[in-house]
Design a protein around this ligand. Structure first.
Ligand code: SAM
Length: 335
């Protein structure tokens, strides 16, 4: 990771990524991508950007003695790779990027215990998806990129995560700083910034995003447009019990979240997938989120799931709606 000035602002340097897209099915993306990324940093930069960039600049250059992208805690380095004072300064810097919502990570043997056990989601899907060896992977709404690292650990040739949260991008770059040169990238963009009909990715993850979209069928069509023919969609979202056609549209907050729009039944979502041009679509997992999987920690000190559930009935949200249950769906882009 390098930080360089641009138009009076500092920005992260994505030139390695841009170079790696040349000559691949993703090359047409280069027509718009650099301008989009520049806009994020220069048009209306986040008020905390300079503080976050100074955290990245403070990270020491340490050559990690080991990397593990296949363990539950995505890891780089060991405690013996630096002295105790350097390790403490790394921990202090990483803590300045609070809140860490996705993880766990272990950097220079410093455990980052994030709000979510994101490894549990990976465990639920890893044996069901097409092997990732040599595939081009896009993770839409990737948070700080935890599942991007796991995709690389599972053999992906190139993994790109997109997420409009700039703090997520900064956390990703803090982790990447210790990872060496790997084909894993995170762009601070939303799905709406992707070129229409790119048709290039072999595997596409959209996990925890659909219910945040006001137009879920448009989201499915956008995902469809990013995949190559025959490519695999891995979709994870909140679901309710119910038959085809049933969908919950919260009138106010859902589990204290203001931005939850559509929670379909599995049968409804399967029919949406068919309508949007996917075949061989199926549900591979249904799990109620537990307060062991999503909880406050030392690295995420705000409220978490326990505060969002009904105080006397954990089967309901605090607003009285069905408690969060998540389904994982697989589907292929029909030719
Ligand atoms: C619940 S988190 C899920 C993170 C990760 N995919 C996972 O499953 O652990 C949802 C993420 O979607 C991102 N998001 C929201 N709107 C988005 C959009 N329009 N395009 C892409 N990502 C979006 C949010 O910033 C957030 O990081």
């Amino acid at each position: 990771m390098r930080v360089k000035p641009a138009n009076g602002y500092n920005m992260l340097d994505y030139s390695d990524l841009y170079r790696s897209l040349q000559g691949t099915p993703l090359q047409p993306w280069l027509d718009t991508l650099p301008d989009r990324v520049r806009g994020v940093f220069c048009d209306a930069p986040h008020g905390d950007l300079q503080r976050w960039l100074s955290v990245l600049r403070g990270l020491p250059d340490i050559r990690p003695s080991r990397i593990d992208l296949s363990a539950a805690a995505v890891s780089a380095g060991a405690s013996g790779d630096s002295d105790a004072a350097t390790r403490q300064s790394v921990e202090d810097l990483l803590r300045q990027l609070h809140p860490w919502r996705k993880g766990p990570y272990r950097i220079m043997d410093i455990p980052i215990d994030a709000e979510w056990r994101s490894d549990w989601k990976w465990e639920r899907l890893q044996d069901w998806i097409r092997p990732l060896d040599d595939r081009l992977v896009l993770d839409v709404g990737c948070g700080n990129g935890y599942h991007c690292w796991r995709s690389a650990g599972a053999g992906a040739r190139l993994t790109i995560g997109i997420d409009p949260s700039l703090l997520c991008a900064i956390q990703f770059h803090a982790v990447k700083h210790f990872m060496g040169n790997r084909a894993v990238h995170l762009l601070p963009l939303g799905i709406e910034d992707m070129p229409r009909g790119l048709g290039a990715f072999d595997t596409l993850f959209s996990m925890g995003v659909l219910y945040h979209r006001r137009s879920p069928l448009d989201h499915l069509l956008e995902l469809h447009g990013c995949l190559r023919n025959g490519g695999e969609l891995v979709l994870e979202t909140l679901v309710i019990e119910g038959s085809a056609g049933q969908v919950l549209v919260p009138e106010g907050r859902y589990a204290k979240m203001r931005n939850v729009w559509f929670i379909p039944s599995c049968a409804t979502l399967l029919s949406w997938l068919t309508r949007c041009g996917f075949r061989n679509r199926r549900v591979i997992d249904l799990t109620f989120t537990s307060p062991d999987e999503q909880r406050s920690t030392d690295w995420m000190r705000f409220q978490s799931l326990r505060d969002f559930l009904h105080p006397h009935n954990p089967e309901l949200t605090i607003e009285g709606m069905p408690a969060p249950c998540r389904g994982i769906f697989l589907a292929e882009k029909a030719d």
